[in-house]
Design a binder for this molecule. Structure first.
Ligand SMILES: Cc1cc2nc3c(=O)[nH]c(=O)nc-3n(C[C@H](O)[C@H](O)[C@H](O)COP(=O)(O)OP(=O)(O)OC[C@H]3O[C@@H](n4cnc5c(N)ncnc54)[C@H](O)[C@@H]3O)c2cc1C
Length: 416
């Protein structure tokens, strides 16, 4: 059933009791053409594009928990594409193009809000590096502009320009096309679209191992519900990718860290945009519910805990209240963590692997929500055609052997 004005009216008149199930909870078949491991935005999006763009519908998406319960449902929803390197700019701008029409494409409101993202510069180094980003972005056709401190304040009135601040505002880089989207709606929209095209979504079913045939090619997966055969296996398991890939004897240069976020009590609309301070590792926007959504940095130690250390969020909130003194007396409502997988150059891997029929989309670290449609779209292409899409072609595993890094780590000192 489509979401449209007529159906909304009809359902409202009958107490909203007759909406269709959005996606069925499927039992696994014995074998699929493609198994996608991980029902986050990336995995569900991959299944959606496999079905909608490549006509491959004998597909299962398997998750150990509930769909969207990983980083997709835990992030601070910042979407932007103002990355330094050509390869990243192409990937993230492709995603931004897809974000713009995603609600229409899925007939599901993902609440994409183009409210602009302002990256604050607090030091001379920040000023130089962000101006370099602005120039590089413009050469790549990515919108980005430099604002003086006063222009920053005009764009985001709660900002303090105090000269005595620990983190003085020396200017900012503004991407107007950037913004936010409702994160779980992205998972739900892709799940609904994929299921409508015949994809099985199997929840509460941990994959314990990827199995290979005697000739080395992929055979299927061992799960809590038994062995499921597959001609191709596509891994989109974020913080658990390296563990899963090890079961197929593929070593990946990944480290998993907890990353935290928190929200305040809800207040009336006060914060019109997204503001990031890379130097502090603090990110802030306001949700439609009115909560301030605040993102923090990664823990300093690798871990699989979905919680993270308290000192990090104390540091973030202390800085936020100095940069925005108006929020000094706000109370924080809840905090949580997710497990992010980080590569040495802080760029993703979206690629074939040395194992025939095994593909991986991982390493998005602290910044993969914004990439969701672009990564899923190009990954589906790679899985369907057994060949890289031109946009994800540089995001290989081999770059860590041959040195052709996409070094966003060195460029920004933050993976966001
Ligand atoms: C606190 C926080 C804030 C963030 N803020 C932003 C932001 O503002 N902007 C941005 O762009 N990015 C942000 N990110 C990063 C972003 O959330 C991720 O890069 C992105 O959501 C990854 O999507 P995914 O679909 O690959 O992973 P996930 O949504 O994590 O999906 C992976 C799925 O794999 C499943 N899985 C794992 N192991 C197995 C197994 N063995 N068997 C079966 N299933 C398995 C998990 O249950 C999970 O559902 C943030 C992340 C966190 C944690």
């Amino acid at each position: 059933m489509r979401f449209n004005a007529l159906n909304l009216l009809k359902q409202a008149m009958t107490g909203n009791k007759n909406w269709d199930e959005q996606w069925p909870d499927s039992a696994p078949k014995r074998e699929y053409d493609v198994i996608v491991i991980g029902a986050g935005g990336h995995g569900l999006g991959t299944a959606y594009y496999l079905a909608s763009q490549h006509g491959i519908t004998n597909v299962a998406v398997i998750d150990k928990g509930w769909l969207g319960g990983g980083n997709t449902g835990r992030n601070t929803t910042i979407i932007r594409s103002n990355y330094l390197y050509d390869e990243s700019a192409r990937m993230f701008d492709h995603a931004l193009d897809l974000w713009e029409d995603l609600s229409q494409e899925l007939n599901y409101n993902v609440m994409y809000s183009r409210r602009g993202c302002l990256m604050l510069a607090h030091t001379v180094h920040d000023v130089q590096s962000f101006k370099r980003h602005v120039h590089a972005n413009r050469l790549n056709g990515v919108d980005n502009q430099w604002l003086t401190p006063e222009e920053c304040k005009a764009f985001c009135p709660p900002l303090s320009l105090s000269k005595n601040a620990r983190y003085p505002v020396m200017g900012g880089a503004l991407q107007l096309r950037a913004g936010t989207a409702r994160h779980d709606a992205v998972a739900w929209g892709y799940a609904r679209g994929a299921a409508a095209r015949g994809v099985d979504i199997i929840q509460n079913c941990p994959v314990t191992a990827i199995r290979r045939n005697a000739d080395g090619s992929v055979a299927g997966v061992e799960t809590a519900k038994g062995f499921i055969g597959a001609k191709k296996v596509a891994v989109s398991a974020a913080g658990h990718t390296s563990v899963l890939m090890q079961t197929a004897d593929v070593q990946l240069p990944l480290e998993s860290y907890p990353l935290q976020a928190l929200v305040s009590e809800p207040v009336k609309p006060i914060f019109p945009c997204v503001v990031m301070s890379n130097a502090v590792h603090a990110y802030i926007s306001q949700s439609d519910k009115g909560e301030l959504v605040i993102g923090s940095g990664t823990d300093q130690y690798t871990s699989y805990s979905q919680r993270g250390g308290l000192p990090l969020i104390e540091h973030t909130v202390a800085a936020i209240t100095e940069i925005f003194p108006i929020f000094n007396r706000m109370r924080m409502l809840r905090k949580w963590g997710g497990i992010v997988d980080v590569t040495p150059d802080r760029s993703a891997i979206v690629a074939k692997t040395p194992v025939k029929g095994l593909y991986v989309n991982c390493g998005w670290g602290t910044g993969g929500f914004k990439a969701t449609p672009g990564a899923a779209h190009t990954f589906a292409w790679t899985v369907a055609k057994d060949d890289p899409h031109p946009i994800n072609a540089p995001f290989t595993i081999e770059r860590f052997r041959n040195g052709r890094l996409i070094d966003e780590a060195a460029a920004a000192a933050v993976a966001h």
